[in-house]
Design a protein around this ligand. Structure first.
Ligand SMILES: [Zn+2]
Length: 157
């Protein structure tokens, strides 16, 4: 008598993908590798895009092709304390907690925020309006990713 259970064939697959970041995000990631934070500007409304994009999110017109280097310093406009570990697709493991994620407006970026971790994890020491500065990995450790910035440290200025 034949079994009605379907025959299974297990094929382990190791799929690796590479794709182009494109001219705008590519320039931004190359900038990070050089220790620079690059944005571009809309020729119509003057607003910055960070990371740079091909089209303005407000005006829907093509952005300027030149990139501007923004300051490493900025101001915290919102933040969250993360206490539950989540999967990090960049590393393939769970993120260590706690950490502070913040929305930071870099000096000269207008109203465009940049999201990254703060070094400070003490809730009593984090506040809106606090001044922070990007801390980059040493040049030999940078890979052209957001992780080239370790975090933003608190500064007094
Ligand atoms: Zn615009």
């Amino acid at each position: 008598m034949m079994s009605s259970k379907p025959l299974e064939v297990v094929i382990p697959m190791d799929l690796r993908y590479r794709w182009s970041a494109g001219p705008f995000l590519g320039a931004f990631l190359r900038g990070l590798k050089q220790g620079r934070i690059l944005a571009n500007r809309c020729p119509s409304c003057g607003r910055h895009q960070l990371p740079p994009t091909g089209v303005c999110g407000r005006c829907h017109v093509p952005m300027e092709k030149e990139f501007l280097e923004l300051s490493r310093r900025g101001t915290v406009i919102s933040y969250s304390f993360v206490v539950d570990p989540i999967y990090d697709p960049a590393t393939g493991s769970m993120r260590d907690v706690p950490y502070t994620i913040a929305s930071i407006v870099l000096d000269g970026a207008g109203d465009v925020a940049f999201f990254h971790r703060l070094e400070e994890i003490c809730q009593e020491k984090v506040r809106l309006g606090m001044r922070v500065e990007a801390v980059f990995r040493p040049p030999e450790e940078r890979r052209g990713t957001m992780e080239d910035i370790i975090h933003f440290r608190t500064i007094e200025d």
